[in-house]
Each structure stands twice: as structure tokens, then as C-alpha cells.
Design a protein around this ligand. Structure first.
Ligand code: ZN
Length: 710
């Protein structure tokens, strides 16, 4: 909307343009505040009888969003009769006794008379679509919506009120530049409001900002940008630097589009562009998702029989997983979640369309969704021989860029802040490769995504829905529960690439598919995933509706189970789960035959491997502590030890699975034997065998640990 710039043209608070500008602001504001326009400035159609214009100040012809005064904004957003103003009695000050062409006092008086407002900010509490919230509205019509002492104070008080009353906050921002008439004191308001916004974050309460036209300068660079979710109105002029500062004193507007909300959206700075008539619904949905009363803290466990899974040939699974008509992430999202509100951008560089993030509801539970989205290729793009899409751009193939990983990290952090479970859907051939990707920080972005998923203080479930390709799959797949659709695949390398590198023959991909053990049942056996989600008999493509229903049911059941565990325990359990994959344990066979040289495992911990974790343990059962790091934990009473010993070489387990618990149980058997032996030795020396697990410093065998001991 290039023509939609006239309003932003007047947003120039630089002192050298101030006088001329104030005139323009007044002119524009007067046009919109003191009466309705007869015709559209942009397209010229008659506005005086148009309902969208009368209600929302939006031209029905061209969609231009006109200035909307603060009171009208509140009336359009708040549920009827719910608004209660706060801090209305705080009146403007003139701390510098500023006087230029027009004294500050008279300028304020003029704007007060014209707008009916005391100051540029109106704050209060209201209900938006039934959810109580604190609302802050900055009115561009009052001295350009700039932030002086009173505006800063009212914003800070409102955010503090939100924190005290545990309410979400919504800030509607139309503001340009600085309140130069209040000098450096106006600048300090940035710190004050940023402090209040950060305090709200600390409390785990959401701040949503809506950027109107214009949203620039100090307000944008303080609490405006610190919002958890940033919405913008179409065509709004956004940017730190005010419009005129960018163009100098000239009136050249050649690049106006680059400062429009749409451009900022494209550069990952804004979550969503929302038309004003849809803003209330959008805010209501967001507030509902983020509101604590809609979180399902503990749901009853859903029980049901698990259907039989028919194994298929691995290569057949690869073909199924890659079918162009296999449901994509969005096909599941649209069928499983209602509502789903997509959030965009990595806040750093861009928005990767191959990664979809958003807030959603799954049944009664609010969740954050991160998903890898392949676009469905046109029939012409499908290679007939393989049925796979050929020569598609990377984003259509679902290759993930650094922005995609960062976007996911951001969503996970958002989820953790609001204690919303994370549901991640995985379907990608891998990360997008290339020099440019390296320069944009691909490795760092992947590591960041893994870290976010590992650390998130909220339940998480990952689902492999199609291709689980390499590091890009793992970066979305570190979760409390990892599920896999029956015909999905999970592999570090494509079978074709694997065959090319191992057999020097890409044609042997089907052999490689078998060797890679990439099917859902193989992954379950290896312990790489926790459960397999059944698909309709012919595969998910046969009935996407049914596939989504089956997945939704599993997700709800898994989520209900995760909700029964404290978050701190989930995080610990998650750490443990990933730590023990391929963990080095000492050679149990050697120890059995020659117990004398005391070797220790690298592992230490409160519980023996394969034993119950703290949360699964009955409450009355005492926690057995192992005081010495580096020693095998004491076996639990009644723990079964296998009769057969595992192979003699040191065990570096590829993954921890059901089969992988054997060596550890043998290790504990050895530990038991060792402690008995030690008791005998001590008795022979006439010492009481009191310390069973602590090393005896006087015992030479205890000092003769292997060099690797910590
Ligand atoms: Zn128009």
C-alpha cells in the first residue's frame, strides 16, 4: 500500500522538523479526530456512509487504516462496559518550562482540548473477548503519541498493575519520536517502561503489542519491542528511526514500502499483520491461549487399545514417508488444533516458511506448536520414477534455514515462559546447506534449537510425521516424548546418499534403507523414540482426517500423562534420557571374573540404570543416595539381575532401549558382589562394615582407581 503513506509522512519528531511537523500532525489528527472524512484520501471513495470506516476507520475500498483515537480503539476492543480507566488523574508536567515557537504548556492545552485526552496514553483494565487484561493505548493524535514523563509513568503503572493482578497486558501503539519538550527526562522513560515490561516477563505474564501507524522511536525501542507477541496493522509505518530522519529533509518517499509493517513482517520483526476489524478476535484468541485458566493441569488418562502395526519393507516406508500427497504439518495442524494462531519471524534476520510456529489449543490445553512444513509439489514437479518431488526450491522441499531453527527456539522459549507444552512436528529432509547458510549461522542455530528443547521448563512432545532427516529432525526432536507415525522414517542420512557413500552406488538405496534401521518399529526397538502412532491401513495419505484424529488422540493422552509430572522432574528426566544414549559403562564381564582391580564407571547418579526414576517410585520408598561420584549405584532391593552376562568388550551403547538395560543390571550385580566382598575384607581386618558405598581412603584398592576416574 504505497499510497498509504500520508499519515506516516507526518511522523517526524526531529527537532529541526518539529515546528512544521506539529502543524501537519495537528492537521492530520484534526482530520480524523474532530470528524469523519467524507472521502478516502487514497482511493477517493465515499466514506461517510461506510460501516467499516465508521466503526474501525478503515476504508472499505482500498483498506487504508486511518488514525483511530485512543477512546475509539478501546471501545472497539473492550467488551461492552468492561473498561475501567486507571491513572486518569496524572496530569502533564512541564519540567523544563520549555518554550520554543509555541510554549509547551499551550501546545499540551491545545491537544487536550482537541482530543479530549489528558495525555497521549490511556490505560486501564478491560475484558477482551471474555479475558481480563490491562490495556495501554498511545494516541498519535496527542503530541505524536510521544513518550514524556506522564506517558512513561502511566505505561509503567499499567504494566505493574498487570503484574500485581496477574493479568496479561495489551499495548496499542501509535507513536512517533521523542517528547523533546521534556528533554532527557523523556529519554529516561524508555528505561522505566522496559523495566516494567521485563518485570512482567519475569512474572510469566504476556505482553502483546499492536503496532499502528506509525510505530517508531522510543516507544518501539522500549516496551513496544519487548512484547512477547508483536502484531501490526496493514501498511503501518514501523521502524526505530522516524520517517524524516531516514530521508533527511527531502520529501522523497521512494522506499516507503520498506518501512511498512509488511516489510518488517518479511524481515522477521513482526509476528502477524492483523486488519483492524479482526484485531479483537485475534487478541481474544491469543489471550485465551495464554490464560492460565485454560491450561489442563492434570487431565484424566485416556485409555484405549493400541492397534496392531503391520511392518513394511523399509524402502516401502521411505516411499510412503516421501509421498507428495502425504499429509504435511499444516494438514495436521488445521485438523488437530483450534484455534491455531501462527507466529512469524526469528527476530534477527527473516522468516523461514519451512518452519511453522504458533499458539494453539489442543482440546482444553493451550500449547505452542513448532512444525516443519514441506509444501506440496505440483503434479508437474513430481519425478515419475521415484514419486518424489524433483528440483523444488529448498523451502518447498522443507529444508530448514538458520532462521527456521531460530524461529523454533524462539517459540520454545515463549512456551517455557508461559508454561505451555511444546508440540513439535517433524518432516524435513534436513537443514539447507550452502555457504550463505553457514554465514547466517546454521550450526549455531541448530545448537540453539537443541539447547532450547533440552532446557525448556515445560512438557514437550515431538512427532515424526514424515521424513525425519538428520540434524534438522533432531533439533526439533529433543523432547520428553518422541512419537513417530507408523510410516515415517528417522535417519541421519538419506538412503540414496548413504548408498552412494557406502556402496558407491545410489541404486542400492533400498539395501541402505534396511541397514539404516530407519523405520518406526526399528527406532522404537532402539529406544530412539518412545511410541509409534498408528496410521490408516493404506498410510496417512489415504485418509488425512483419520491420521490426524489418531495423532490427536495420542497427543492428548501423552500430554495428560506428562502433566502429572512436575516440570523440574521432566527436565531432569529429559537430561537423563539424552545423557544415557551411548553412555560408556564399565565392562561388567571383566569385573565379574577379576573383581580385584577396582574400576569405576563414568556414570554417577541417584538411581541405577533401569531402575525406577524418582517420580515413578512410590512415595514411601526411600531414595537411596550414592555419596561417591564415579561409583556404581547400589542396587535396589528386589531388582532383577539377568542370568546371562553381556559381551566381554566395554559397552558403548548406541541408544538406550529395552535391550540396553542388561549390561547395567549386570554392573549393579557386580557392585553388589563387590560390596559383599568388601564387607568380608573389612570384617577380616576387624572393622565394622558400616560404609557400603563410600570409598575407604585407607583401603589401598579404593585409591587404585583407574586413571579415568573423576
Ligand atoms: Zn480508500
Amino acid at each position: 500500500m504505497a499510497e498509504g503513506r500520508p499519515l506516516s509522512d507526518v511522523a517526524s519528531p526531529k527537532p529541526e522538523h518539529q515546528a512544521g511537523l506539529q502543524t501537519q500532525i495537528r492537521e492530520m489528527a484534526a482530520l480524523d479526530l474532530e470528524g469523519l472524512r467524507p472521502n478516502c484520501l487514497v482511493c477517493g471513495i465515499r466514506l461517510s456512509a461506510a460501516a467499516p470506516y465508521l466503526r474501525f476507520r478503515v476504508c472499505p475500498g482500498c483498506g487504508f487504516h486511518y488514525h483511530m483515537p485512543a477512546r475509539a480503539r478501546i471501545e472497539a476492543l473492550a467488551d461492552e462496559g468492561s473498561f475501567e480507566e486507571t491513572s486518569a488523574g496524572i496530569l502533564p508536567l512541564d519540567p523544563l518550562e520549555f518554550s520554543a515557537s509555541v510554549p509547551y504548556k499551550s501546545r499540551v492545552l491545545q491537544d487536550q482540548t482537541r482530543t479530549g485526552l489528558q495525555e497521549a496514553a490511556v490505560t486501564g483494565t478491560c475484558a477482551i473477548g471474555g479475558t481480563q487484561a490491562v490495556i495501554i493505548v498511545l494516541d498519535f493524535g496527542f503530541l505524536g503519541g510521544s513518550m514524556g514523563l506522564v506517558v512513561g509513568e502511566k505505561v509503567a503503572l499499567a504494566l505493574e498493575l498487570a503484574a500485581r493482578k496477574r493479568l496479561p497486558a495489551v499495548a496499542i501503539i501509535t507513536s512517533g519520536g521523542a517528547r523533546i519538550q521534556e528533554g532527557v527526562l523523556s529519554l529516561m522513560q524508555m528505561a522505566k517502561t522496559a523495566l516494567a515490561a521485563n518485570d512482567l516477563h519475569e512474572e510469566g505474564l504476556p505482553l502483546i503489542s499492536v503496532l499502528g501507524n506509525p510505530a517508531t522511536g522510543q516507544v518501539l525501542a522500549s516496551f513496544g519491542s519487548l512484547a512477547d507477541i508483536i502484531l501490526a496493522e496493514p501498511g503501518a509505518h514501523i521502524g526505530f528511526a522516524p520517517h524524516r530522519a531516514l530521508h533527511g529533509a527531502s520529501h522523497e518517499h521512494a522506499h516507503d514500502e520498506q518501512y511498512a509493517a509488511e516489510s518488517f513482517f518479511g524481515h522477521g520483526q513482526v509476528d502477524r499483520i492483523v486488519e483492524r476489524d479482526k484485531l479483537k478476535h485475534e487478541l481474544a484468541s491469543l489471550l485465551e491461549i495464554l490464560a492460565p485458566e485454560f491450561r489442563q493441569e492434570a487431565a484424566g488418562k485416556a485409555r484405549g487399545s493400541r492397534p496392531r502395526l503391520n511392518p513394511r519393507e523399509p524402502w516401502e516406508m521411505v516411499q510412503l514417508a516421501r509421498r507428495p500427497d502425504r499429509p504435511r504439518a499444516m494438514d495436521y495442524i488445521q485438523r488437530m488444533f483450534s484455534p491455531f494462531i501462527e507466529l512469524h519471524g526469528d527476530r534477527l534476520y527473516g522468516d523461514d516458511p519451512a518452519v511453522v510456529t504458533g499458539l494453539a489449543r489442543l482440546g482444553a490445553e493451550s500449547v505452542v506448536v513448532i512444525a516443519q512444513q514441506k509444501s506440496r509439489p505440483a503434479q508437474a514437479d513430481i519425478e515419475p520414477s521415484t514419486g518424489a518431488p524433483a528440483s523444488l526450491p529448498a523451502e518447498s522441499r522443507g529444508e530448514i534455514t538458520p532462521e527456521g531453527f531460530r524461529k523454533a527456539s524462539r517459540a520454545v522459549q515463549l512456551a517455557a515462559r508461559f508454561k505451555l507444552p511444546v508440540i513439535s512436528l517433524i518432516d524435513t529432509p534436513g537443514p539447507k546447506l550452502g555457504l550463505e547458510m553457514e554465514q547466517r549461522g546454521l550450526a549455531n542455530a541448530i545448537a540453539g534449537s537443541i539447547t532450547s528443547m533440552l532446557r525448556a521448563r515445560t512438557p514437550s512432545i515431538s512427532v515424526l510425521i514424515g521424513e525425519g532427516g538428520s540434524e534438522a529432525a533432531l533439533a526439533f526432536g529433543v523432547a520428553d516424548r518422541v512419537l513417530m507415525l507408523q510410516n515415517a522414517i528417522y535417519t541421519p542420512i538419506s538412503p540414496e546418499d548413504g548408498a552412494a557413500s557406502e556402496h558407491r552406488d545410489p541404486g542400492r538405496a533400498s539395501d541402505m534403507a534396511r541397514a539404516l534401521k530407519l523405520t518406526s518399529l526399528d527406532c522404537l526397538r532402539m529406544g530412539a523414540i518412545d511410541a509409534v502412532v498408528p496410521e490408516p491401513p493404506e498410510g496417512a495419505h489415504g485418509s488425512p482426517e483419520e491420521a490426524a484424529r489418531l495423532l490427536r488422540r495420542t497427543l492428548m493422552r501423552e500430554l495428560a500423562e506428562l502433566r502429572e509430572t512436575r516440570v523440574s522432574s521432566l527436565v531432569k528426566r529429559r537430561r537423563k534420557k539424552y545423557r544415557k544414549i551411548g553412555q560408556h559403562v564399565r565392562n561388567p564381564q571383566v569385573a565379574k571374573e577379576a573383581p580385584a582391580p577396582r574400576r569405576r564407571t563414568w556414570r554417577s547418579g541417584l538411581f541405577r540404570r533401569g531402575s525406577k526414576t524418582r517420580d515413578e517410585r512410590p512415595k514411601d520408598e526411600p531414595v537411596k543416595k550414592v555419596k561417591t561420584a564415579g561409583k556404581a549405584a547400589k542396587p535396589e532391593k528386589g531388582a532383577k539381575t539377568p542370568k546371562s552376562a553381556p559381551p566381554a568388550e566395554a559397552v558403548a551403547k548406541p541408544v538406550a532401549g529395552p535391550a540396553a538395560t542388561k549390561p547395567a543390571e549386570s554392573a549393579s550385580k557386580v557392585a553388589k558382589r563387590r560390596s559383599r566382598l568388601r564387607a568380608v575384607l573389612l570384617r577380616r581386618r576387624g572393622k565394622p562394615a558400616t560404609r557400603k558405598t563410600e570409598p575407604d581412603a585407607r583401603d589401598p584398592k579404593d585409591r587404585a582407581g583407574s586413571p579415568g576416574d573423576g
